[in-house]
Design a protein around this ligand. Sequence first.
Ligand code: GLN
Length: 338
Amino acid sequence: MKEFKQAMACAALLLTTLVMAGTTQALAGGDLQSVVDEAHAKFKDLKDGKNADYIPELDKVPSELFGIAIITVDGKVYTAGDVDYAFSIQSVAKPFTAALVMEEQGVEALHEKIGVEPTGMPFNSVMAIQLNEQRSVNPLVNAGAIAAVSMLDANSPEQRWDMLLKWYSDLAGDKLTLLDDVYVSESETNYNNRAIANMLYNFGRLYSDPMEAVDVYTKECSVGVTAKQLAMMGATIANNGKNPKTGKQLISPENIPELLAIMFMAGFYDEVGEWAYSAALPAKTGVGGGIVAVVPGKMAIVAFSPRLNEAGNSVRALKAIEYISRSRSLGVFGPNPF
Ligand code: GLN
């Protein structure tokens, strides 16, 4: 019995050492560059899915583009592929807008006036608004995101937009701009989002003029961002709200847990369970093909590629981040290897 206990203690020690070695290895720069290269090589030939076409301009983006970027909390950058192409941020902007609402009005205001429940339904669902008493449901689906824009403290549509664009630029540590063609294209086709805004207003769950909120929301989705810029935005969340490049404290550290919780529960829409089960990271996807995932306290992982699956999530980006998370045990619940 004594020998057995000793053997068990030895095995436990060995396991702990291995896990710790794994963690250290995962954070070593050389390995981060390797894992980014591995993920790019592994999925570059994957052709599944197709560009979003309900916003005509997105269908014109070259489908072969594929980039991966990791930025650590100390500002180190690891990349592979097309990381300097400015794609439209689309729904990946949503957690950053939610963060600004939290900064202005606190986490409780966001909870009360929007909500934090995942819908289990597509991102543009009208039915989710009808079925849930909170209506706007959470700030990472279209309804809640339009409501978040309407909550921002602004006196005019211009001011509402200017403050958002400045906020995203501060988070990226770089000047971001609007992709005019995407904005025009989405403005001409966003009848569903206009319906959502009107419904929310009708239920008393929208806090500005509905068409102003939709217009600024459409601009927010049309912001151009590279994988590297988006990774800096994500790394700011990973770094407890402080931008690793500029050193500016943008998001209050006390708001980070709530922000990450919403991303974990609602960042992948009706595919969020699959994502939590496989990659186990708070994240946000967009129909422009971008995904940002946050490894709290450590890094942000971004991947971008335009072809989407049925839920509107980039096939290659999803696979690449899932591979990086699992192969280097980065998931928030501990080792979860392939
Ligand atoms: N602008 C898009 C829309 O409102 C955003 C959707 C997305 O990226 N999932 O439909």
